[in-house]
Design a protein around this ligand. Structure first.
Ligand code: DAH
Length: 334
């Protein structure tokens, strides 16, 4: 047999066993217009005429092998790197966006930190409450007109099971289970059947504070609130307006100067330059009686603040509904 046959067979073996690093180089080397297969074909003229058919078949088989190995190599490269290109391991990875903590959670945590510095620990109560903890023990017996101050969602109105309207309910649970001195805050979600607007929502958050010990006075309450305002807003420009709550006597409403408009007047402060952030007062002796805490040996103060209002003031947000819409464009700013 002609030596050219041997060469062709050797080429076939080589193509079968070649370790292909780059499909394109393989194609040029074997299947290109100046490649090894083409030049081997041109040796046809040196072949005896009677062997030409066999040689042609061999060459065709070599070509088929080369083409199938090329296809296989191209497929592998596409899989391991873009468009048959070699993978560039120095390319920066795809950056995944991390979520952010909700501004209400962030504000809540800041409030917890501030009160923790004053020695307040955290307690939490249930969102589904009974009448006793949400109303009766807080000196709001059945038919008390002040119940109308808070439009209540009932889960089971016959059994008097409701969604708590304020975190004051958790105060009662703490006092039922602990002995004075008590110094706790109870952050949480509360619910009221209110029309949703820029200033009000049917579900919102409060932080309740409670301090019961011997000789606790209104001055202690005021000092606590001044400290909180200074830490939270960087300013203790607050005022206490005499008010009424059944569970405190005396009672006050807590206002801070409006940082949203810098006291120029805006929809949140209704042009007054002051924003109400909560209520407070000295715990009413009737409340202490309902949880069996000795009075006047022990006295105490309590306060309840709205977290949304505080977050609005801190971040200059003028519409409370933004906190509940979960619009990424809003949330990503925090
Ligand atoms: N629970 C009241 C409310 O949601 C706020 C409040 C007022 C809480 C006075 C208190 C307090 O602890 O002493 O409107």
């Amino acid at each position: 047999m002609n030596a050219v046959f041997h060469q062709a067979e050797a080429l076939h073996e080589k193509i079968k066993n070649e370790i292909i690093h780059d499909a394109e180089s393989f194609r040029i080397q074997y299947l290109g217009s100046k490649g090894e297969i083409k030049s081997m074909f041109s040796a046809m003229k040196d072949i005896e005429p009677k062997e030409r058919k066999a040689f042609g078949q061999l060459m065709n088989a070599i070509k088929v092998t080369a083409e199938s190995r090329l296809k296989e190599a191209q497929g592998e490269q596409q899989f391991s790197g873009k468009g048959g290109q070699k993978r560039d391991y120095t390319t920066p990875g795809i950056a995944h966006k991390f979520g952010t903590r909700h501004p209400i959670e962030q504000t809540k945590d800041r409030m917890i930190d501030i009160f923790a510095k004053l020695g307040f620990s955290i307690a939490e109560g249930p969102e589904i409450e009974d009448d006793w903890h949400n109303f009766t023990a807080l000196n709001l017996p059945q038919d008390h007109p002040a119940r109308d101050m808070q439009d209540t969602f009932y889960v089971d109105s016959k059994a008097n099971i409701l969604l708590r309207t304020h975190t004051s309910a958790a105060q009662i649970r703490v006092m039922e289970n602990e002995k004075p001195p008590i110094r706790v805050i109870t952050p949480g979600r509360v619910f009221r059947n209110e029309t949703i607007s820029a200033r009000a929502h049917c579900a919102f958050h409060q932080v309740e504070g409670l301090y019961i010990a011997e000789k606790v006075s209104f001055a202690d309450l005021k000092q606590t609130l001044y400290y909180f305002a200074k830490e939270m807003f960087g300013s203790d420009n607050i005022r206490l307006r005499p008010s009424y709550f059944p569970f405190t006597e005396p009672s006050a409403e807590l206002d801070v100067s409006c940082f949203i408009c810098d006291v120029k007047g805006c929809p949140v402060c209704k042009g007054s330059g002051w924003v109400e952030i909560g209520g407070c007062g000295m715990v009413d002796p009737e409340v202490l009686k309902s949880v069996n805490i000795e009075h006047p040996k022990y006295t105490g103060f309590a306060f309840g603040m709205g977290i949304e209002r505080i977050a609005m003031l801190v971040h200059g947000i003028d519409d409370l509904r933004l906190f509940f819409e979960n619009d990424q464009r809003f949330l990503q700013q925090f």
